[in-house]
Design a binder for this molecule. Structure first.
Ligand code: ZN
Length: 52
């Protein structure tokens, strides 16, 4: 656990620092932080369109 920091997505105590955000160990939070940062978010949309 990171002292005094909270997950920026759900507000639980932070356990890691990823994508320029403090995050807990919930994969959903990690995914949201990744999308929020941009980058792979656009890639995901392209993959969805590709599959249709
Ligand atoms: Zn969280």
């Amino acid at each position: 656990m990171i002292d005094g920091e909270k997950c920026e997505i759900c507000g639980k105590p932070a356990k890691r620092y990823l994508f320029a955000s403090f995050l807990c160990d919930d994969e959903a939070c990690i995914e949201k932080a990744r999308e929020r940062r941009g980058g792979p978010g656009g890639h995901k949309k392209l993959k969805i369109l590709d599959g249709m």
